[in-house]
Design a protein around this ligand. Structure first.
Ligand code: ADP
Ligand code: ADP
Length: 225
């Protein structure tokens, strides 16, 4: 049973741009799904709809939440740009989604520390974003997305702006993280390499208006080294 389901989804922006036309897509629990396609084919739009950011023009978007009793069930979203608050420390940046839920800094502290440890940046809690490399900033935004212990992690070309070496490293980090957390990942990319390397399933979208042209099952991915 899918955790996210897009059924007959269309999206036309107010300026008349049709970004999606009759998109059908199910995301299954625990999978690492890549949405692959050329720029402008509607990948980000589809991902944003999954996150509840924006409304579909037609069709149905359904998201299955976990038990409300469980602390899990949220959706974590990682943007292409790290979008960290430059005036706040790494720890305070990771606190943000918890703070928006009314969790005090003191109460959030163990969670912030756990999230930073997961991305290997425990020692940088007190640092400011300007002191970090591009890859480290991206890891902070992943830690921030993990702070609410999401069951679904949506990532919008998170590594596109990074150099290739850092990107390879983060590909491996993400695979380990996913294995450790057992979360579902939907990963938007226009990199064939990245999608083949990381995902268990690749959904290929055609040039606009966004439509699925094929679905590829991949062998279970294994991190290098
Ligand atoms: P992708 O992520 O595959 O690059 P997007 O989902 O970002 O594609 O965009 C799909 C199409 O919708 C593109 O033609 C893009 O220019 C357009 N688009 C995206 N966001 C908006 C918006 N807020 N307003 C108008 N057009 C948009
Ligand atoms: P990343 O892959 O995170 O971008 P870089 O190779 O760009 O890492 O690292 C930039 C600098 O920051 C290097 O000197 C690296 O040793 C240091 N660095 C990166 N991550 C850590 C970490 N977890 N602990 C200590 N130093 C780090």
């Amino acid at each position: 049973e899918p955790v996210v389901s897009l059924s007959g989804v269309g999206k036309t922006f107010s300026n008349g741009t049709m970004a999606l036309d009759n998109l059908n897509l199910d995301v299954f629990p625990g999978e690492f799904l890549s949405l692959l396609g050329p720029s402008g084919c509607g990948k980000s739009t589809a991902l944003r709809l999954m996150a509840g950011l924006g409304r579909a023009t037609c069709g149905e978007v359904s998201i299955v939440r976990h038990d409300p009793g469980e602390h899990r069930g949220d959706i974590g979203f990682v943007f292409q740009e790290p979008t960290l608050m430059p005036w706040a420390t790494v720890a305070d940046n990771v606190w943000l989604p918890l703070r928006l839920k009314g969790v005090s800094r003191a109460k959030a502290d163990p969670v912030i520390r756990d999230s930073l440890a997961l991305v290997g940046l425990a020692a940088f809690a007190g640092a400011y974003p300007r002191e970090l490399s591009g890859g480290m900033k991206m890891r902070v935004s992943i830690a921030r997305a993990l702070a609410t212990k999401p069951s679904i992690l949506l990532m919008d070309e998170p590594f596109a702006a990074l150099d290739e070496i850092t990107r390879f490293r983060l590909n491996d980090d993400l695979l380990r993280l996913k294995a450790e957390l057992g979360c579902t990942v939907v990963f938007v990319t226009h990199s064939v390499y990245e999608s083949v390397y990381m995902s268990s399933r690749i959904v290929v979208m055609a040039a606009r208006p966004g439509r699925v042209v094929s679905t590829i099952e991949v062998d279970a991915p294994m991190p290098r080294g």
